[in-house]
Design a protein around this ligand. Sequence first.
Ligand code: URA
Length: 176
Amino acid sequence: MRPPEGCTLCDLHRRRTNIVMPDGNPSYGIVFVGEGPGESEDLEGRPFVGRSGKILDQMMREAGFDRTKVMITNTVKCRPPCNRDPMPEEMAACRPFLESELCGARLVIGLGKSACRDLTGYEGPMSEVVNIPMTISIQGKEIVFIPTYHPAATIYNKNSREALQETMRVVAEWLK
Ligand code: URA
């Protein structure tokens, strides 16, 4: 299920260039969920192709896999202005599309606090939950969910970088 052509379900449609649909391969059942498209993603129409995407790609490569083995998507499919966090009503408008992307998954990775809040309702600090597996219910199906840091949070923070590297090692194990 995807947003309708020219979707106007929330106000993010006003400034978008492209609706950014998932990228990658759903057949391994592993989905990374980011926050929302940034400028590069809005222009190109693909998730995680800008600075954060380069970090994500590099960390995947270091762990021994790449985007062809996972699916990558976002809580909202249109860029929030000035890269602000998506608002609850924007995430709610996109939720049916996100659920349709997740319902066949075995493992979902939440990249950053917006994705974790949207999928688990958790509002506390990421440091309390990072890399602790939990379960989310998507369309009546229980799916393992791992909260972790957003790639952008790892740029100047060694602890976040190491935590995201650990997440990638766990994903590599699931791919075996
Ligand atoms: N940050 C995100 O959360 N998603 C993208 O697609 C790009 C940057």
